[in-house]
Design a protein around this ligand. Structure first.
Ligand code: ZN
Length: 327
């Protein structure tokens, strides 16, 4: 059989039977040789006194050849030149470069896998975040019999304050804002609670708490308008708080809660980030997760992932509307 295998030879590597050495030849060992030997176990029998003494006795060879066994059961590869090294002879620069190159190659093979795993882990955190928010939303609607609405109306308030997160937050451990930040969203989209506004306790905000505004970076959006802005009746979950036509939507008006989009990944651009809808490109959900998908929480609390193509398809556009119809 023809083999291609890197071999760390040593001055005495041919002494013990090959089977004995080979049994540990590809196991991982950090204890004897440090990083140089992280992938190939030298299985040197004598205790090492440090890296320098280890490398003194190690010799790296790449080669092709046929593996055979001598009469004594000792491996005698025909392809290898394994010179006996002096115990005190150090690695040469080319040998060290070869080891470094090997490590780089191995890392280059492993890193994409690590990155991919981290992406999927962040996606799982995002879905969990959305589930927590959806549970808060369900709690809010049970308590109040209507959905929380999107933001305040300027006729009633001096600013557009975003109110759905603060109202939902009351039903997710009160002041916890960790769940309102997608792990794949930018850092500035984190909801950092601060005080000093001088405002009263209102819309789920605590007294003196600084409120989210229309231009606050935010990584999750609420389905305020559905598939059409300012329609009468409104199709989403409520555009403007306390407005006659676009105020907080009564709970019973959502025909199919398990198929009604509530909250999802939002684009963070500082312009109405806390809302998602289908009507303007900047308000479309952010497809920043594996498979170019956006995570979406529904009114019943479950979470799923969709491509934008799915979310805007003639069949699925009805998921944006409280009457369950395509408009
Ligand atoms: Zn996300």
């Amino acid at each position: 059989m023809v083999w291609l295998r890197p071999i760390f030879g040593a001055s005495n590597w041919v002494d013990p039977p090959f089977r004995q050495r080979n049994s540990t030849a590809v196991t991982t060992s950090m204890s004897r040789g440090g990083v140089v030997f992280c992938c190939l176990n030298l299985n040197l029998r004598e205790p090492r006194r440090g890296l320098s003494s280890s490398v003194n006795r190690a010799y790296l060879v790449f080669g092709f050849g046929r593996v055979g066994h001598s009469a004594e059961g000792i491996k005698t590869p025909t392809m290898l030149h394994v010179p006996r090294q002096s115990r005190h002879q150090a690695f040469t620069v080319p040998e060290l470069l070869a080891v470094i190159a090997l490590i780089v190659i191995i890392l280059s093979m492993l890193l994409p896998g690590f990155n991919n795993a981290r992406k999927h882990a962040r996606n799982a955190v995002c879905m969990s975040n959305l589930h927590q928010q959806a549970m808060g939303l369900v709690g809010y609607t049970i308590e109040s019999n209507h959905f929380p609405g999107a933001h305040t109306w300027t006729h009633n308030a001096p600013k557009y304050w975003i109110i759905w997160p603060s109202r939902v937050r009351q039903f997710t451990h009160g002041t916890n804002t960790e769940w309102f930040r997608c792990p794949d969203g930018p850092d500035e989209s984190e909801w950092n609670v601060a005080y000093g506004s001088g405002l009263p306790e209102e819309y789920g905000y605590n007294a003196d708490e600084v409120r989210l505004e229309w231009n606050t970076p935010f990584s999750y959006g609420y389905n305020n308008w559905g598939s059409a802005d300012f329609s009468v009746p409104q199709y989403g979950l409520g555009g403007l708080s306390e407005h006659a036509d676009w105020g907080e939507l009564p709970k019973v008006q959502v025909q199919f809660p398990s198929r009604m989009i509530a909250i999802g990944d939002a684009q963070v651009d500082g312009v109405w980030d806390a809302f998602i809808d289908t009507n303007q490109a900047p308000e479309l959900p952010a497809n920043r997760h594996p498979g170019s998908k956006a995570n979406i929480a529904f009114c019943d609390g479950h979470v799923d992932s969709f491509t934008l193509t799915n979310l805007l398809s003639p069949d699925d556009i009805r998921m944006w509307n409280n009457d369950g119809k395509a408009h």
